[in-house]
Design a protein around this ligand. Structure first.
Ligand code: SAH
Ligand code: SF4
Ligand code: F3S
Length: 430
């Protein structure tokens, strides 16, 4: 069968899309980029905010409506897990609903050709599957799945199940294969990588082992870290190994202690700031990013000020800013009073404006610096290549002489927040 896969949501979903592709290929199906010729379309959905959910369901309607014979429509991912059977009843266009732990059943379900919803939540870790990676020279490797944190606003623990860590030797074997295949970067994935634990191997130890196997030609990153579980041991491993990236995504969510408590985040503002200070102390050139939620239930405008001041104090390089979105089955729904949507949006835009300035300033601070970038592929404009620094900043090279996977020393010449321009140094010295 000719299949087309579309992915929404976080990096875990992106990699699940690659796993899905591996499962379909192993069963003899063909996976194509063009939705118009597909006999089956797979939409891997995200349920974290209402907007993500609506967008994915909108795509389903669009794909099912492409002129020609209606393809088999398979709804995958977190929305599938959340709503299950109900989606089959409500959306006649959907043929199969399948949650993130049940993808291995797809070949069999496609053959059966009946409308079905499968939302079994097991201990699935897809060990038998060879993922079909699409982002050479960058790659994702899942180290743990699920989340036990139950932040009160978040649906992820419900749709992704409890935490389970993969055996370290399997992770290391996967990384070894990627290095042999010439990959230049591995990102270790988990909803909360810091709580990785398997047979006494914790995340810092795993990271160190991965880094040793990755060697000189392959960089190592990881997402996402929970501030509560970030330890000095992890920071020490990061500085001790040259191929571990000086990048850290550390979601704060709020800068106010009462709100952090109501969110069940397990740390105070000061504890958060101490961890950031520790990271900056051991890695002065670290590229830091965060997530923030504006308008959590009960957040007063004074409490919101604390989120503003947190952004100002830390000066993150990047921040992913969201307005609070009600999610069924989460306990924050019981907290009152709700912040009116208009107010949430206003607060969001205050954070966005502030962060845009900081991101710009931080990015301009890189001008003149000499950094080594990993070439990732063609940039959007013809004649240019895209690349990434260790800190994961996007650097455009105005030259086509490089191929994906090349490591190129460059001098940063221009920066506008998200895009930087780099002049290859070997070029300059000629
Ligand atoms: N495990 C990761 C990713 C969680 S989802 C982590 O803990 O960081 C990514 C981000 O979405 C979260 O960090 C949070 O900022 C945001 N988010 C989650 N649920 C939300 C909700 N109900 N409304 C608004 N933003 C939400
Ligand atoms: Fe959601 Fe919190 Fe788990 Fe992140 S740590 S996935 S925000 S419950
Ligand atoms: Fe979304 Fe599921 Fe990831 S809800 S953020 S795709 S784990």
């Amino acid at each position: 069968m000719i299949c087309h896969i579309e992915v929404y949501g976080c990096q875990m979903n992106v990699h699940d899309g690659e796993i899905l592709s591996g499962i379909l290929k192993a069963a003899g199906h063909i996976v194509v980029d063009d939705a118009k010729i597909a006999e089956a379309v797979f939409v891997v959905t995200c349920a974290v905010r209402e907007h993500a959910e609506t967008r994915a369901l909108g795509r389903v309607t669009h794909l099912a409506g492409i002129p020609g014979k209606k393809p088999i429509v398979v709804l995958c991912g977190c929305v599938a897990q959340e709503h299950g059977e109900e989606l089959l009843r409500k959306m006649k266009l959907i043929d199969i609903v399948i949650g993130p732990d049940a993808y291995h059943r797809l070949p069999e379900l496609l053959q059966e050709q009946r409308r079905v919803a499968v939302t079994d939540q097991g201990i699935e870790d897809y060990e038998q599957v060879t993922a079909v990676r699409k982002q050479f020279p960058r790659s994702f490797v899942t180290v743990m799945r699920g989340c036990n944190n139950f932040c009160t606003y978040c649906i992820v623990p419900r749709v992704r199940g409890r935490e389970r860590s993969r055996p370290a030797d399997l992770i290391l074997r996967e990384v070894e294969g990627l290095v042999e295949a010439g990959y230049g970067e591995v990102t270790l994935l988990g909803q909360n990588v810091n709580s990785y634990i398997h047979n006494g191997v914790n995340f810092p130890k795993l990271l160190e082992k991965v880094s040793r196997i990755a060697g000189d030609r392959c960089r190592v990153r990881f997402v996402t870290s929970h501030p509560r579980d970030l330890t000095r041991e992890l920071a020490s491993v990061m500085v001790s190994r040259d191929n571990i990236c000086n990048q850290f995504h550390l979601p704060a969510q709020s800068g106010n202690d009462r709100i952090l408590k109501a969110m069940n985040r397990g740390y105070t503002r000061n504890e958060y700031l101490d961890k950031v200070a520790m990271l900056k102390e051991v890695m002065p050139d670290i590229v830091l990013s965060t997530d923030m939620i504006a308008g959590f239930p009960g957040e007063t405008s004074t409490e919101f000020e604390d989120s503003i001041s947190l952004l100002k104090e830390v000066r993150f390089d990047y921040a992913f800013l969201f307005r609070y979105s009600e999610r069924n089955g989460t306990s924050a729904l019981n907290i009152s009073p709700a912040v009116p949507v208009k107010e949430r949006l206003e607060r969001l835009s205050v954070l966005q404006d502030l962060q845009a300035e900081i991101t710009m300033e931080r990015s301009k601070e890189t001008i003149g610096r000499e950094l080594t970038v990993l070439v990732t592929g063609p940039a959007r404009r013809p004649g240019q290549m895209a690349s990434r620094t260790m800190g994961n900043r996007l650097v455009i090279l105005e030259s086509l002489e490089f191929t994906p996977g090349d490591l190129v020393p460059v001098k940063i010449t221009k920066a506008d927040g998200y895009t930087h321009f780099g002049e290859p140094l070997s070029f300059l010295s000629q």
